[in-house]
Design a protein around this ligand. Structure first.
Ligand code: HEC
Ligand code: HEC
Length: 327
């Protein structure tokens, strides 16, 4: 893999072109890059192997490929790393409540296409599930974005007791930062697979432009649903510093300052959730959802005047800075 070119000033020309287009049309355009897909060409033609036992370096557990993809009994690689899971987290309930731990992982660390739940307040978790259930939280992407659609379907079918059990469980777990943020101008070429960008082995590079591209450090370990494997987020040069200015000073407009509600170093205060150390593409997807009204919730009303003042470049900067902080 070619190393990315670190901080320099040459991406600016490419950045300002798309910003100008947005301003001229005066209509907010949701970019496609925060929503990588799972094109049919990337799906394996052969059915998964149900005999070979797969392992991870730091785990004494072993699972087959079929077990790893079981929506109703996902792999628990580190059973000693968390308390006993409630049934809804470990197994869900057939036919339509998928195990929360399948997507958010048994220790709640989540993956870039969903969200970490570890360390969120229990009341926040329950209220978000209620928002998904009543359709007040949807994806901003105009096409299909299956991870969010599946979340909605689990929310619609789970009982209040199941949600309370899951909320209590996840809120008691510590969240760890698994993403490293790297400012880059050119990045390795990637392909989309399983709602994720994956570097093409031995491939060439391409300009990052005005995007955040988040990749697993080890794609196989991502596929095995390893919660201890990390990710790398390539962000445009200068994003982290610019994001710090927005978060701390509101970039000149104090009502924008994220830290005034999300707390110093964006670690969350009371019902306002933490942003520190979370997947930056998850953060951008949420900002886009608030901006387009697809996350139109009562609790989210304080975010509405904020996102109106943000263009995509600001969203990228705020997300890059937040992701670079320790939770
Ligand atoms: C099929 C995958 C999947 C399953 C199963 C799933 N979720 Fe989610 N969940 C997601 C995705 C994707 C998102 C992010 C949606 C978005 O971008 O708005 C999400 C978001 C959330 C959030 C919002 C987090 C935040 O920071 O605002 C909560 C809370 C949540 N899920 C709880 C649960 C609970 C509880 C269960 C089990 C009953 C569950 N989820 C099952 C995929 C899933
Ligand atoms: C006036 C207070 C306020 C300000 C300022 C503010 N936020 Fe928020 N934000 C909130 C509240 C409240 C929520 C939780 C909404 C809910 O409960 O659904 C939230 C939620 C979010 C979420 C969703 C988190 C999740 O887990 O899904 C993101 C992302 C976010 N804010 C980013 C930002 C950024 C970036 C800024 C600065 C540019 C910012 N916020 C400024 C109040 C604020």
């Amino acid at each position: 893999m070619n190393p990315p070119v670190l901080v320099a000033g040459a991406a600016i020309a490419a950045l300002s072109i798309s910003t100008v287009v947005l301003a001229a049309e005066d209509a907010f355009v949701v970019p496609a890059w925060p929503y990588p897909g799972n094109p049919p060409s990337s799906i394996a033609a052969t059915p998964p192997d149900d005999a070979t036992l797969l392992r991870l370096p730091d785990s004494d557990q072993a699972f087959t490929r079929v077990q790893v993809t079981d929506l109703f009994a996902p792999p628990d690689w580190y059973p000693d790393g968390h308390p006993r899971m409630p049934d809804v987290v470990a197994y869900g309930r057939k036919p339509d409540v998928y195990a929360c731990g399948y997507c958010h992982l048994p220790d709640g660390q989540g993956r870039p296409e969903n969200a970490p739940l570890a360390g969120l307040q229990a009341t926040y978790i329950s209220s978000q599930v209620a928002d998904f259930r009543r359709g007040a939280r949807r994806s901003a992407w105009r096409g299909t974005y299956l991870p969010t659609d599946f979340m909605r379907s689990s929310a619609e079918n789970a009982t209040d007791e199941e949600i309370a059990a899951a909320a209590g469980y996840f809120s008691a777990l510590p969240m760890t930062r698994r993403v490293e943020v790297i400012e880059a101008i050119r990045i390795p070429k990637t392909r989309e697979i399983g709602w994720l960008y994956v570097p093409i082995e031995g491939g060439s590079t391409e300009p990052l432009g005005l995007r955040i591209i988040e990749v697993p450090l080890d794609h196989e370990r991502h596929e095995l649903r390893d919660s201890r494997m990390g990710y790398r987020a390539y962000v445009p040069a200068g994003s982290v510093e610019r994001g710090r200015d927005i978060a701390d000073n509101g970039d000149g407009g104090p009502d924008l300052a994220c830290a005034s509600c999300h707390g110093p170093r964006l670690r969350g205060i009371g019902p306002v959730p933490p942003l520190a150390g979370r997947s930056p593409t998850y953060i951008v997807r949420q900002l886009l959802a608030f901006r387009t009204g697809t996350r139109a919730t009562t609790a989210g009303e304080p975010m509405m005047p904020v996102v109106k003042q943000l263009d995509v470049e600001d969203m990228i900067a705020a997300a890059a800075y937040a992701a670079s902080l320790e939770p």
